[in-house]
Design a protein around this ligand. Sequence first.
Ligand code: IVH
Length: 676
Amino acid sequence: MSENDLHAHLLHLRETLRYHSYLYYVLASPTISDYEYDRLYQELLSIEREHPEWITPDSPSQRVGTEPSEKFEKVAHPAPILSLGNAFNFSDVEAWLERIAKVDERVLNTDFTLEPKLDGLSVVLHYRDGYFVQGATRGNGEIGEDITPNLRTIQSLPLKIPVQKPGEKKVTSKPPPYLVVRGEAFFFLDEFAKLNQRLEEAGEKTYVNPRNTASGTLRQLDPQLTATRPLAILIYQVVHAEGEVPQTQWETLEFLKAMGFPVPQASLHRSLPEIEPKLAIWAQKRSSLNFEIDGMVIKVNDHALFQDLGVVGKDPRGAVAYKFPAQEVSTVLLDIGVNVGRTGVLTPYAILDPVEIGGVTVRQATLHNFDYLVEKDIRIGDRVMLKRAGDVIPYVIGPVVEARTGSEKPFTPPAVCPSCGEPVENIEGEVAWYCINPSCPAQLVRTLEHFVSRGALDIVGLGIKIVEQLVDEGLVKDPADLYTLKRDDLMRLEGFAEKKADNLLESISASKDQPLSRFLTALGIRGVGEVMANDLTKVYKDLDQLSNTSLEDLVTIEGVGPNIAQAIVDWFSRKSNRKLLEKFKAAGFWPVAARDEISDHPQVLTGLVFVITGTLSVPRGEIKSLIEKYGGKVTGSVSKNTDYLLAGENAGSKLEKATDLGVKVLNEDDLKALVG
Ligand code: IVH
């Protein structure tokens, strides 16, 4: 390819990547797989490595990258960044309309938009000729702080507008030469929960609430750190523009959407009475949203009228915030319990006098960690404030000190594990306390729960109740024991009959066909979740390779920092873990990495469906990957869609079923012959 062609290809790649990340992050409806996206992204990186002179700030590779700054520079906003007056019920909203009607009676005959009031951090974004050039906090409304590098890490924030289909010549709407917009940055609640889970697993302090975390995250001096905390954004206002922009709020939202900005879900209404029932609907909807909203914003739709109405203090007359009642209540903290997690980490939780928040009765709430109790001076017997946001577990905000009677008692963290009674330890530099007893039953239950969970080995039918039974009965002392369970063992358990036992054994056995990445996730190594496990299996094809790797090799992998690398090396060097891996191998469970998308093997098995059963001369994972290498597919159970059953020694019910259905049965040699 000539240099010119290569450069044109690079530009096309960038457009393609921008478009697909728009489909993924803004519209939440991707049309290509993560794998395909990754391939395109890697291609972009490799061209940019060859030609660093071609890198421009709008490249998708430039979301993270700059060095930490010393301090934030000041940015003057092109127009005041206003706030909003509040209404706490519908009469307040009616009173607002009456008030502003005295200023300009046209409001009695105009339309309004209704938008959710996002509970995040207000930010101001500047675009020149369609390129994102600067972003700032609200600050005092006149001057904010320049947080451009941090804002660039927000995946749904377009670095170039309009976002359009790659190669599309017709520009739907040309961006104004200079456009300044305003929106709210926040955390999706599921992302916030995941972030806390990662921190907890790493023994670090968890965050208390999404709003403050969003604010702290955007005010980080190191954008690399910001990039590890996945923020989202919604844009709802044009603050300033050179060039033409719409004349109403409704059209503004349409315009912003057409430019590729993520916008809040809004509605247009001809009068206030039409809005009242909508408020009730949103109040209901609130708890099922994946982000926090603290109210609804009602805005005069017509911009000219909005301007004419003017401003009182910092609040424009043309809009009002209808605030939802806070999802906060007080109740008595009856006691403090301590949970033991999978990694042995001890976490305190509140046992509460049952209380209702937002239609849900709450009996327990998280207390984060022992430091939190000290920080907030939370004592047993205290009246405490509770908060619940979306579907996130409720948390204790703090004590109501004025309500103290003197009988409240400070909590002393346990010196021994509440489950096994062994002494607990604190690792230097971490806030968490750990139970380090490898055979602690509470940890084992959590370990197994994780091992069989959906994102890990996905063993259907093995719920928490059965896990507890298996541990209580001493049938399972580590996850590898699952693979040597016998029907008779299970029949001893309460509630088990032959059928249930067989089904469970079948689904345990089927899990042997899971790819290496899932097995790695299941092992529960600190810092190795689904994404990291996937990244690792791109480099390491089996556990032998991974267990013999070094810190130096690990840190060369993107996303693997020194802490995770150390955790991996430590895990594989521990004797108990090596023994565990030997047990898996002996049980015939030794998965290898899933087949690479591009295979240099002749695809002679394309379209053929295999099922594997019985004891084979090599681990099942190896046979599975062999079949896949040649284009075949391996499934867990025999059906009329199965083409071949590969049967080893002692093949049981699957062999019978295959014979019944007339499915061809192969041995290992037959398979080898088939692939030549
Ligand atoms: S409009 C003139 N719309 O709420 C424009 N604000 O309590 C005034 N907020 O500072 C703001 N969602 O940070 C507007 N859909 C929305 C909003 C919204 C959240 C925030 C904004 C503002 C605060 C006022």
